[in-house]
Ligand binder design. Structure first.
Ligand code: ADP
Length: 493
């Protein structure tokens, strides 16, 4: 039974620490947005393939958006029942336990500097994590820091240093010293046994990571500590923590086996709820934790991670100058009836699901004198839909049960051309919910469930509302065949 709450405490705050920005949002007990505050942070690119963030900037921005969201609303700390946290996954921080100083910048999930570390690892050793060996995950990033920051390994071995992904870093700072991670973030380290939900010490040994620097693994919905430092939030419990894609899955109410969501942001991330059984993929998907609520059994997911979708639109804008803002791509793409045979495969740092080819590099192909920038715009949007289709087909093959509907969210769902093309490519309806901020919403749901603002999963399901559904129309099968040929051109010879 969830505890009864004093009359006032009916609001849940969600901190959404993403790849490009940090947000704090307030939700009421019907899951409606009351207020929101957001700040971007610097993207640091020291070398090709390297991507870093400053953990102290992220912590400072978190404090600022928390204070600002209260200032923008009539809400005080006394009204807030709980805080939920969701975060960019895999991004790795190592810091000094005594001073709170990071020993190095956060190494971001997109960073590929660990390719040599990964090349030396045997994927069979990591099968129990549900993950392929990839630069994408945290474990190799921790090893890189310990190998490359002077003195770091000795300090880690003597217990002076702590590791955490971003949620862990923020919780440690917010609570002044609770060193925890949640099971979804832990499942992305290549160090967690997916079956038991515990660290696998032999994998830590293999990566030469002292287990004493690892946080304690907690569930996604439980009171894990109280906020100490933030004015207005003093003593408010942190009661929900999930990685961003799992939070979006929860926020989309994908609570039954077979339900699937696709988030269209910087990259695309499809998660299919597979229930309390782990489903092992033979088609290039990741087995991962969807969520675990308190002491209840863990619910698992199959995930298809696509590195570059919305960021290809940013590339058209920033590197080619074809458009002034991301939303202009729709008008430009609509000015031509089709791609005219032009394809863009955005394998900027290899391809993730379902290929896992670090050697792949981007290609633009099928060009003739006839093509214009409008075809590039169209090909860029289509690339998102084809990559999604490949992941959905892998899911269908892994489960043997074809997906019959897709819930979509993220920045790109504003693009009606893309959403319609997606429905046509998949041959199933694509639905955008009324609240597209599903990541923050999912973290709020998890926190609110733990303290009784939301009573049950069926209440959460009932709060989910549709905004628009795109029904599939017949489309030319040759389009997708052309995409497959283009993908093969992106592989190194
Ligand atoms: P993230 O949470 O990964 O930072 P968002 O969900 O905020 O990303 O989505 C932003 C991405 O969506 C950007 O990469 C941007 O290029 C893309 N985007 C935003 N609006 C549109 C649009 N109307 N059409 C196509 N892409 C868009």
């Amino acid at each position: 039974m969830a505890p009864r709450l004093p009359h006032k405490r009916r609001i849940v705050a969600a901190i959404d620490q993403g790849t490009t920005s940090t947000r704090c949002m307030l939700f009421d007990d019907h899951g409606q947005i009351i207020a929101s505050s957001q700040l971007e942070h610097e993207q640091i690119f020291p070398r090709p393939g390297w991507v870093e963030h400053d953990p102290l900037e992220i912590w400072a921005n978190t404090r600022r958006v928390m204070a600002d969201v209260l200032a923008r609303s009539e809400v005080t700390g006394d009204d807030i029942a709980a805080v939920g946290i969701t975060n960019q996954r895999e991004t790795t921080v190592v810091w000094d336990k005594a001073t709170g100083q990071p020993v190095y910048n956060a190494i971001v999930w997109q960073d590929t500097r660990t390719s040599e570390i990964c090349a030396d690892l045997d994927p069979a050793d990591f099968a129990k994590t549900g993950l392929p060996v990839s630069t994408y995950f945290s474990g190799p990033k921790i090893k890189w820091i310990l190998d490359n920051v002077p003195g770091a390994r000795e300090r880690a071995e003597s217990g002076e240093l702590l590791f955490g992904t971003i949620e862990s870093w923020l919780i440690w700072n917010l609570t002044k010293g609770e060193h925890v991670t949640d099971i979804t973030n832990a499942s992305r380290t290549m160090l967690m046994d997916l079956e038991t939900g515990a660290w696998a010490p032999e994998l830590a040994r293999q990566l030469k990571i002292p287990t004493k620097m690892l946080p304690k693994i907690v569930s996604n919905s439980q009171v894990i500590g109280r906020i100490k430092r933030i004015h207005g939030f003093a003593n408010v419990p942190i009661a929900g923590v999930l990685g961003d894609q799992q939070a979006a899955t929860f926020g989309q109410a994908c609570l039954e086996p077979g339900e699937v969501k696709n988030t269209y942001g910087t990259g695309n991330f499809l998660l299919l709820n597979t229930g309390t059984e782990i489903k092992r993929s033979t088609h290039g998907l990741i087995s991962t934790v969807a969520y675990k609520l308190g002491n209840e059994p863990t619910v698992y997911a199959l995930e298809g991670s696509i590195a570059v979708t919305g960021s290809l639109i940013q590339w058209l804008r920033d590197n080619l100058g074809l458009i002034a803002q991301a939303s202009d791509v729709e008008k430009l793409a609509t000015s031509v009836p089709d791609n005219g045979g032009c394809y863009i495969v955005p394998a900027f740092s290899g391809l993730l699901a379902p290929y896992w080819r670090e050697d792949a590099r981007g290609v633009i192909c099928g060009l003739t004198r006839f093509h214009t920038k409008a075809h590039f715009a169209r090909a860029a949007l289509e690339a998102t839909a084809y990559q999604t289709r490949e992941v959905v087909e892998a899911m269908n093959q892994d489960t043997g049960i074809p997906i019959t509907a897709l819930k979509a969210d993220g920045g790109m769902v504003e693009n009606a051309l893309l959403m319609q093309f997606q429905a046509d490519q998949l041959g199933v309806p694509v639905t955008v919910p009324a609240i597209t901020e599903t990541t923050a919403l999912g973290a709020a749901y998890a926190a609110g469930l733990a303290v009784g603002v939301y009573k049950s999963l069926s209440e959460i399901r009932a709060m989910w509302r549709e905004q628009v559904t795109y029904q599939p129309q017949p489309s030319d099968p040759a389009l997708f065949d052309g995409w497959k040929l283009a993908v093969h051109k992106s592989f190194a010879p």
